[in-house]
Design a protein around this ligand. Structure first.
Ligand SMILES: Nc1ncnc2c1ncn2[C@@H]1O[C@H](COP(=O)(O)OP(=O)(O)OP(=O)(O)O)[C@@H](O)[C@H]1O
Length: 537
């Protein structure tokens, strides 16, 4: 990720100065389609929103940016009737509204796509698109019509799927597209997308942005939440920065250089320098480590594969090193991780841990060998929403010790507090239910869970998904420091730049097999993209 330098004429800080330009920059005054005045919302111990003014114009993409816990999701929840504000007003096309439920907001044309895919995995794609509003014929559900309409809704997104198959037959990225098709399948005046791209690969993001541009031209107002800075600039007309529950400022995207945006998000102007330094330090550490590649392997795979899932693969993860896995969604990255963790059983090859052959029949076996797996889908395979942050962090450690050897309450608290502090998890108390944390903070707690087990190999599958840019650098720094103490990491991310920044070596996967392994000067983005695209072998 690169941060373009500030222009010599930065926009006024903490202002709606540029936003006032919403009237002048376009030449004529326009009314926002959706606006809030003085919205506040407090949860026990947290002021999630404080006097927030916000406006969204028709025919624009407006991006909401801020660190984890800044209040983005809460603002969206207030706008869409999920939460009632404590004070303040919301206007839809200049009329004061108070949506009592998301259904009411939807009926008024405010459509939302949430951070996590919130569909029914075992219903068909078509049923998911039309759930709750199936077309009927003579009182009965008209299945052929549903199928036709579902196909048409997906065709708008340039996707062809078998709409009769159940949703969970498709990867998360495709499920996300289905959720978008659902959101667009009825008339929308406002489309709100909360981190829609976190599980999409580059070409899918490009496809989504094409659709958003098309929708914007038709006059729809789009509110977009993301942590990806490059995506923000690729799609946004306007940016609102949130910080600690307050609106820091509203800017035209073209007036706000990226490094200034980051400074405004984190709250001090020197932060952008700090981030650049961190990026350099991390890449220096990576280069240094690449040059001395003689560490013994912690884990070795020799021809390990599983029919229909992963072609036999050779892979070594050395002690104290980070092996990156690069490849598109569906290339076999997660499948490799699951075999290494015993979540799927290999049907060929040999696996060695510390030079000795092992058979991992279950995740429990893997954990006993010091292997930890921080999974990609935190909702399905990760957090237990009703348990406290402390219980969630201690879960893997407790499982490894055995449930009959309970960790004392005091020790558990101490450990949880250490990890909450180390990873900067924003919570009022370790006893809070984890489900109440913001998405990024949940992700950090999941990372804490596995780090608390003091693993020898940590498998990280999209570990920074949903994590803000400052925390991302911070986590990378911490991972590199842990490696210096002997931890091995298998690092999986869709962001090739992120993989390259931290990895000592990068294995490139395509079509469920390893096609190359690169290090040193060969590990640059262009080369890896060429390999992934099949033109660099
Ligand atoms: N239902 C709730 N009960 C208690 N606290 C909550 C609840 N929902 C959100 N919070 C807290 O309010 C603050 C704002 O959270 P919010 O989810 O809006 O942040 P966010 O900017 O969307 O973060 P992220 O980028 O991590 O998704 C956080 O401190 C969060 O823990």
């Amino acid at each position: 990720m690169t941060y373009p330098a500030s222009e010599s004429h930065p926009p006024a800080a903490n202002s709606i100065a540029s936003a006032a330009a919403a009237t002048s920059d376009d030449g004529n005054a326009r009314e926002p389609i959706l606006a809030t005045t003085g919205i506040s919302k407090t949860f026990p111990g947290v002021k999630a929103l404080q006097g927030v003014d916000f406006r969204l114009f028709p025919g624009e993409v407006h991006t909401l940016m801020g660190q984890n816990g800044a209040g983005k999701s809460t603002l969206i929840n207030v706008l869409t009737g999920v939460l009632a504000p404590d004070s303040g007003t919301i206007r839809l096309a200049s009329e004061i509204v108070a949506f009592a439920s998301p259904q009411e907001a939807e009926a008024a044309g405010v459509r939302t796509l949430y951070q996590e895919v919130n569909l029914c995995p075992n219903l068909s794609v078509a049923e998911n698109i039309f759930a709750g509003r199936q077309p009927r014929r003579f009182g009965a559900i008209d299945w052929p019509d549903i199928k036709r309409r579902a196909q048409a809704a997906l065709a708008r997104l340039d996707i062809a799927l078998d709409v009769t198959r159940s949703l969970d037959a498709y990867p998360i990225a495709v499920q996300q597209m289905v959720a978008i098709a659902r959101a667009l399948s009825v008339d929308a005046r406002v489309l709100i997308l909360d981190e829609p791209t976190s599980s999409l690969d580059d070409s899918e993001v490009a496809q989504l942005f094409k659709i958003l541009r098309h929708l914007k031209q038709s006059g729809i107002a789009i509110l977009f939440v993301t942590h990806f800075i490059e995506q923000t600039y690729a799609i946004s007309d306007r940016i609102t920065v949130m910080r600690n529950g307050e609106r820091e400022g509203e800017y035209l995207a073209r007036d706000l250089p990226a490094d200034l945006l980051v400074s405004k998000m984190v709250g001090h102007e020197r932060m952008s320098e700090r981030l650049r330094e961190a990026a350099h330090e991390a890449s220096d550490a990576g280069e240094e480590a690449q040059s001395e590649n003689t560490a013994p392997a912690f884990i070795e795979l020799r021809g390990v594969g599983k029919r229909g899932t992963l072609q036999p693969i050779d892979l070594d993860v050395q002690r104290g090193q980070i092996l990156g896995l690069a490849g598109l969604l569906g290339s076999g990255r997660t499948e490799t991780a699951r075999l290494l963790f015993g979540a799927d059983r290999a049907d060929s090859g040999t696996m060695l841990v510390d030079g000795k052959p092992v058979r991992l029949r279950s995740p429990h076996d893997a954990v006993r060998h010091g292997i930890a797996y921080c999974a990609e889908d935190r909702k399905k395979e990760g957090i237990v929403a009703d348990l406290s942050i402390r219980e969630n962090i201690l879960l893997a450690l407790q499982a490894r010790r055995g449930w009959w050897r309970k960790i004392s309450r005091q020790r558990a608290r101490e450990l949880a507090d250490v990890w909450i502090e180390r990873l900067g998890i924003k919570a009022s108390d370790a006893e809070q239910p984890i489900g109440l944390l913001s998405g990024g903070n949940q992700q950090k707690a999941l990372l804490a869970r596995w780090l608390a087990t003091d693993p020898k190999l940590l498998i990280l599958d999209e570990p920074t998904r949903g994590i803000d840019v400052a925390a991302k650098f911070d986590i990378m720094d911490r991972l590199l420091a842990l490696c210096a103490n002997g931890l091995s990491i298998l690092f999986i991310s869709s962001e090739i730049s992120e993989v390259l920044r931290v990895s000592h070596r990068v294995a490139v996967l395509r079509d469920r097999r390893k096609i190359a392994e690169v290090k040193g000067t060969a590990s640059n983005e262009d080369n890896i993209y060429r390999l992934i695209a099949g033109s660099g072998e």
